[in-house]
Write a protein that binds this ligand. Structure first.
Ligand code: ZN
Length: 457
């Protein structure tokens, strides 16, 4: 299957863009960025940010280096438009997840081409995006074509941890992003079917927010030879048992509905039928029969509601002492329509009489953005030209990206994938042998170029 796919993609790309300077530049930049180890922690993104700044300078573009910690920096630049429309931000992150301890079969910090694929840490997450956006930015400068909007390029650090890079800009250098209307970022995707044809273009319009809570149960200490009825570990266990049985209410927002419709294509018959029916329901309540079918599959269950799950516990100090305190980390993934305070209140009710519920420092929640409008139209237009008219589907991301901070700050951020990949291989970001078909790279350049053109020219 891979061979057929590569053949088709190769044909498409060699016909259309054999002599594309921007593609060559983007690819060179990708090789250079992958070779700069920005594993987070510690990040060390400054080196990569300086590399980009030098590339921009060579093209006559001034940029601003925005340090946010030792060895850490973002880089931001702007091309002026005529101001008739508000600015468009292109955002990508420069840090990567570390490769240590993972069974890589190629060196992680070097782009290796093998059997039609290119491998390396950051090839899909997110250095191709950074390289392609930078090369297109240079192309826009070079072409001198008039722009209706400013185009802002922001390459940031720390996305893989807590979004410290983009948060620093929003808190201290907001003027660098002013007054962006839309942002394009990672968080979408292009899925190929088994024949190598684009089946689906997903557009990220919402994402669940990562929020930890601490469940803390307390008890009365003493010698373990004389147990009492106030045991912190037992209390915590009872609270967690209640949590395990609890399900948050379903919320059928526009992004959730579209995600259900799209994901139905890969589900067995009965569940697929239920997912399509649920996508058309009025209101948020799912009838019991359909709900049972949806909930039987954890990824679908997670799509329709906020989830909270215990991920770590500790309690007690000695094997012969009664525990005075026991704690659990409860990791929540919150739908944009649900409020963090409401989730905390709900957890408090669940743990009533057994444990306290404390918020672990907030990492931010952003609203869902419109599933219709200029960005979607531009993506659909580009999909028509580059991916044979593959349908565009709005999607709720179950993970979190820097888009949430932008959305919170009032910039409508959309997740756009650039590298087309076969269905079953979309999840190798963060793992060993991260990679993508070589031939999807030039198509990614075309795709982003087309979207930016439609939005800004
Ligand atoms: Zn990423």
């Amino acid at each position: 299957m891979r061979t057929a796919l590569i053949a088709l993609l190769l044909l498409a790309s060699s016909l259309a863009h054999a002599a594309d300077v921007t593609t060559t530049e983007a690819r060179t930049l990708l090789d250079e960025l992958v070779a700069i180890d920005t594993s987070n922690p510690p990040g060390n993104e400054e080196k990569a940010a300086r590399h980009i700044a030098a590339r921009l300078k060579a093209a006559g573009i001034e940029s601003t280096l925005v340090p946010f910690g030792p060895g850490r920096a973002n880089v931001v630049a702007r091309l002026k438009g005529d101001g008739s429309k508000r600015p468009l931000l292109l955002l990508a992150h420069l840090d990567v997840v570390g490769a240590a301890g993972q069974p890589w079969t190629v060196p992680p910090f070097k782009v290796t081409e093998k059997d039609g694929w290119m491998y390396g840490r950051g090839v899909t997450d997110d250095k191709s995006w950074a390289a392609i956006a930078t090369a297109l930015f240079v192309e826009l400068k070079r072409s001198k074509e008039p722009l209706h909007r400013d185009i802002i390029l922001a390459l940031t650090g720390d996305e893989e941890s807590s979004g410290g890079g983009v948060r620093y800009i929003l808190e201290h250098r907001k003027e660098l992003l002013s007054d962006a209307e839309f942002a394009l970022n990672e968080g979408g995707g292009i899925t190929l079917d088994s024949s190598g044809k684009a089946r689906l273009v997903s557009l990220g319009t919402a994402e669940k927010t990562f929020q930890d809570f601490a469940l803390i149960a307390r008890g009365i200490g003493g010698h373990s030879s004389v147990p009492n009825d106030e045991n912190a570990i037992y209390r915590l266990a009872r609270a967690l048992d209640r949590l395990a049985a609890f399900k948050f209410p379903t919320r059928l927002t526009p992004s959730v509905r579209e995600s259900l419709r799209a994901a139905a294509a890969t589900q067995p018959e009965a569940r697929a039928r239920a997912m399509r029916a649920v996508a058309e329901l009025k209101g948020d309540v799912i009838p019991a029969a359909e709900l049972a079918l949806l909930d039987a599959h954890p990824p679908v269950r997670a799509m329709t509601r906020t989830t909270c799950v215990a991920t770590m516990t500790n309690g007690g100090t000695r094997d012969n002492a009664l525990p005075v305190e026991a704690r659990a980390t409860v990791n929540c993934r919150i739908l944009p329509v649900d409020k963090v305070e409401w989730v905390q209140d709900t957890l408090r009710k669940i743990a009533t009489g057994l444990a306290d519920v404390e918020l672990v420092p907030d990492v931010g929640i952003g609203p869902e953005v419109s599933v219709t409008g200029p960005v979607r139209d531009a993506v659909a237009e580009a999909a028509k030209l580059v991916f044979d008219g593959a349908p565009v589907v709005a999607r709720i991301g179950l993970g979190a990206s820097d888009s949430r901070f932008l959305r919170k700050a009032g910039i409508a951020a959309y997740g756009v994938g650039l590298l087309a990949k076969p269905d079953e291989l979309t999840r190798n970001a963060h793992g060993p042998d991260e990679g993508a078909p070589i031939a999807s790279f030039p198509l990614g350049v075309q795709f982003l170029r087309q979207i930016v053109k439609t939005l800004a020219q």
